[in-house]
Design a binder for this molecule. Structure first.
Ligand code: NAD
Length: 303
């Protein structure tokens, strides 16, 4: 009987709640929000969905501290701040979301379930949550959405089904994403033409903004990426998912993980020299961002 907690009842939390309620494998969804009002509203709406659609899922509101009994927790709150960035937009939430995630992580000290972080900048927030909580199973969602978008864009260009394309986007979920063009295959063979990396990078960067301009926030793609990642991490499904996980020296970034019965092993492709240097640049950037966060925390804490 799988129970999943969802912290944050905004655009992503709502879509995740809906997909979990319809998943068939999740039996309880517990929801938390800042004031509790939106969590209660989401539970009511999901109850209606369950009744209308015949889903047996149990829906409750719960404080994050009470979610320790859940098998997994999805962390998708967003602190109140105005994002005026035009580049590196996800990084703009570093400090505000850092304060929020640090506080939440301390309520999950030594939690043994799966934690899936969605809050941006997700690679830094995943590391922060992992280090503050000490949990072993903290993973971040982002590179799997990028990879899904990459495969779909490439498939459309080559006029083949998306399932025929295999390839990963790794590194940062952001401007330092690494497109693994050198190992991408179509129908199991090396690419017949060079991957148009620059155009794909531009499309990957433009897509979230286009969605947000039209419908306010990105929600469906990230929610599906989150619930798919949960299914793998909880042993419901086996396969490969690109998730933010510990890479080296504390840095967390997107890597392909192979899940079998919920156990994960890294399956990094062999990188071409340019891809390896892009990954190293992502690693340095994420390390520096984390250090900025830690320095800000130290300043706040009296010696
Ligand atoms: N990693 C990804 O692939 C990905 C994709 C989409 C969005 N995101 C990120 O996910 C986060 C959430 O996005 P959104 O669009 O749902 O935001 P949103 O503004 O729609 O919702 C955020 C919710 O968080 C709640 N919240 C704030 N403080 C809280 C607290 N202390 N405890 C519980 N809930 C709290 C708010 O009440 C609000 O309901 C953002 O950081 C966004 O950038 C990441």
């Amino acid at each position: 009987m799988t129970a999943v907690g969802v912290i944050g009842a905004g655009a992503v939390g709502q879509a995740v709640g809906m997909l979990l309620a319809a998943s068939g494998w999740c039996r309880t969804v517990a929801v938390a929000s800042r004031s509790g009002r939106s969590a209660a509203a989401l539970v009511t709406d999901l109850e209606d969905m369950g009744q209308a659609g015949g889903s047996p899922v149990r829906l409750v509101t719960a404080a994050p501290a009470h979610m320790r009994a859940c098998d997994a927790v999805v962390v998708c709150p967003r602190a109140a701040f105005t994002n005026t960035a035009t580049r590196d937009v996800r990084m703009a939430g570093l400090r505000a979301n850092g304060v929020l995630l640090r506080r939440l992580a301390r309520q999950f000290t030594a939690y043994s379930g799966v934690v899936l972080v969605v809050t941006n900048p997700v690679d830094v927030m995943t590391r922060l949550f992992a280090e503050e909580s000490g949990c072993a199973r903290v993973l971040g969602v982002g590179s799997n959405t990028d990879s899904a978008r990459y495969r779909a864009i490439l498939a459309r260009r080559l006029r083949v089904p998306a399932a025929a394309v295999h390839g990963h986007v790794i590194g940062e979920h952001g401007d330092h994403a690494v497109i693994c063009a050198s190992t991408t295959t179509v129908h199991g063979r090396r690419m017949p033409v060079p991957v148009p990396v620059t155009e794909i990078r531009e499309e990957l960067a433009a897509r979230p903004g286009r969605i947000a301009d039209g419908i306010g926030r990105t929600r469906c793609g990230p929610a599906a990426a989150t619930v798919t990642a949960l299914a793998h991490a909880l042993g419901v499904t086996d396969g490969v998912v690109e998730l933010s996980a510990h890479w080296r020296d504390g840095v967390h970034l997107g890597v392909p993980l192979h899940f079998t019965g919920g156990r994960r092993t890294e399956c990094m492709p062999t990188l071409a020299p340019n891809e390896a240097s892009q990954l190293a640049a992502a690693e340095s950037k994420l390390r520096a961002a984390y250090e900025t966060l830690q320095a800000a925390e130290k300043e706040k804490t009296p010696a």
